[in-house]
Write a protein of this length. Structure first.
Length: 148
């Protein structure tokens, strides 16, 4: 059985595409040698971080030792426990639900307080001492004590 007309057309198109690809490849190869040498393709960076076609001045070169580069997070020094204790005023406290907020006198931020963090019962407008602990939703007051 012979080839159908559709198969002949597909074969013809494939041959035509191969021929066009070969011509384009040859054209690119011929045009690439028009002064596109290595020096014309290089780009340099000047001392300000801008791209330039001129090489940098070797007199302005700065040498950096790899040992001088610090890639880690600096260690945190010991924290003074007295710095963690804050003073604030209870702005809101709901006894039924067991939570409230304390306004820090230093930072003027509102800090969440839960009844489990209390050492004594508190009410609104009471002056208290507390420590700040970061929870999943933000700052929480712990070890809350009434000031007399």
């Amino acid at each position: 059985m012979g080839e159908t007309w559709n198969k002949k057309e597909r074969e013809k198109k494939k041959q035509q595409n191969k021929k066009e690809k070969a011509e384009k490849r040859l054209e690119r190869k011929e045009n690439s040698k028009d002064g596109n040498d290595l020096d014309s393709m290089l780009a340099y960076m000047d001392e300000n971080g801008n791209l330039s076609s001129k090489p940098p001045d070797p007199r302005k070169k700065i040498t950096i030792n790899a040992e001088d580069i610090d890639t880690s997070v600096p260690r945190q020094g010991p924290v003074n426990p007295a710095d963690l204790i804050r003073t604030g005023i209870v702005t809101f406290f709901n006894d039924a639900k067991g939570y409230g907020f304390i306004k820090d006198q230093e930072t003027q931020e509102s800090v969440f307080v839960h009844v489990n963090s209390l050492t004594e019962a508190i009410k609104e407008n009471n002056k208290v001492n507390f420590e700040v602990e970061m929870g999943p939703k933000g700052a929480n007051a712990v070890n809350v004590k009434l000031l007399k």
